[in-house]
Design a protein around this ligand. Structure first.
Ligand code: ATP
Ligand code: MG
Length: 384
């Protein structure tokens, strides 16, 4: 790959992907595709260069203008704004000098160097020593602790990359690398965070929302669509199923305390059907353990009876506080706390905390759950 001395580009590192041995080309191609989708509309050129991707911003794009979006692409560990030098000491020094001279000049700096091409006639220590002198010459103190800025030099066969600006990426795996999952999405705080975790581990979410309206269109106009919109910032183009709850409600109202657990069982069965239809292997929910009365061990066990698709609960060990912090960070919190006509809230106030498996089986049969599920599904609408 050709590099021009002095050119500014973005170096994208993919971290964990390197653990994937034989599959790593597949992962990297997926990551490239996801970056292109994420940055759609911006001008740039993206190419792979050994263990990194080189992103060259085009006309009207810059590190600043795209870093917010790039920071949402799962599979990126770090990305940096780098200046290219030749892989020679002289060129590295003169480039570093120019970078460090720019105002505002730091008072202190840490200098790191890494060489991925070992046949060069100088070592990383040579680079650091030379640049320490350069810094001192400019009145900047080289330090390894309590420094103001950091200058990293990465030397490859074709070029040296000098970096003063680095952003942490979203981590995880490229969305799509783990297949698809049906995500049970309520309008609440937890399930959007669960969806984010699912995407972080490479799953394409297919959203399923059960609503308490008469018409799907009413639900589609509501806040759940806004939450899906925010989540689409991490991966675009997810499908969303909107399914009314009234068929279920009509058949289940006489079960009082059990109704909430039955409602969950109903949702999981819907999810399993949709999963089969969409070629998804997993179901994801925003449940955690013991957070509310309905989320006890025995209820979690009862609600998934008869469902064979694996159910992932990425929030299982998180406290509410921790979930809220993530919801705020990913931008779903504000919509999640808005008032909503939630199906769960119109159900029993004092849900059963211990549900016997046999009792559950009996109640599901009484409701005629299979019919309720297929009828509800036939009333669904699919967006996206
Ligand atoms: P959340 O904040 O995600 O609504 P919660 O704390 O309110 O969760 P529950 O009401 O017990 O807890 O819901 C647990 C999980 O069940 C949700 O995280 C979500 O995955 C699923 N779920 C609840 N309500 C709905 C719904 N109306 N449509 C689809 N899935 C739902
Ligand atoms: Mg809820």
């Amino acid at each position: 790959m050709e590099f021009k001395q002095g050119e500014e580009l973005i170096v994208v590192h993919f971290g964990e992907l390197w653990l994937k041995g034989g599959n790593r080309n597949y992962y990297i191609r997926l990551l490239e595709q996801n970056i292109k989708e994420q940055l759609a509309g911006a001008r740039f050129d993206l190419q792979r260069n050994f263990d990194r991707l080189i992103l060259r911003p085009g006309k009207g794009s810059s590190f600043e203008s795209i870093s917010h979006r790039l920071g949402k692409v799962f599979g990126i560990s770090v990305f940096e704004l780098s200046i290219v030098a030749k892989p020679e000491l002289k060129s590295i020094v003169s480039t570093a000098k120019r970078m460090l001279s720019a105002k505002p000049r730091p008072k202190s700096i840490r200098i790191n160097s890494h060489r991925s091409y070992k046949q060069l006639p100088f070592t990383s220590i040579d680079v650091v020593d030379k640049l320490k002198n350069t810094a001192e010459g400019l009145g900047i103190e080289p330090k390894v602790k309590d420094y103001e800025r950091e200058l990293s030099i990465s030397v490859t066969r074709d070029a040296a990359f000098l970096t003063l600006k680095r952003e942490k990426g979203a981590g995880g795996l490229p969305v799509g690398s783990s297949g698809k999952a049906v995500v049970l999405l309520s309008g609440g705080i937890d399930s959007p965070v669960a969806a984010w975790y699912a995407m972080k581990r490479g799953l394409v979410p297919i959203y399923l929302h059960v609503h308490a309206f008469r018409e799907n269109a009413e639900a589609e106009r509501g806040k759940v669509s806004k939450i899906m919109g925010t989540l689409s910032g991490f991966h675009r183009g997810s499908k969303a199923y909107f399914i009314p709850s009234y068929v279920f409600q009509a058949n289940s109202t006489r079960f009082g305390k059990y109704e909430l657990v039955l409602l969950k069982a109903f949702m999981l069965r819907l999810a399993e059907k949709v999963a089969r239809k969409e070629g998804a292997q997993l179901i994801v929910t925003g449940e955690s353990l013991g957070q509310v009365a309905s989320q006890t061990s025995s209820n979690l066990a009862a609600e998934q009876q008869g469902v064979t698709a694996p159910i992932l609960r990425p929030l299982i060990g998180l406290d509410k506080e921790e979930i809220i912090a993530i919801a705020k960070r990913i931008g779903t919190y504000e919509d999640s706390i808005k008032p909503y006509k939630d199906v769960c809230s119109i159900n029993a106030r004092n849900p059963k905390t211990a549900t016997e498996p046999d009792e559950m089986k009996r109640l599901l049969k009484k409701i005629g759950i299979a019919k309720v599920v297929s009828k509800s599904l036939s009333m669904s609408s699919v967006a996206g």
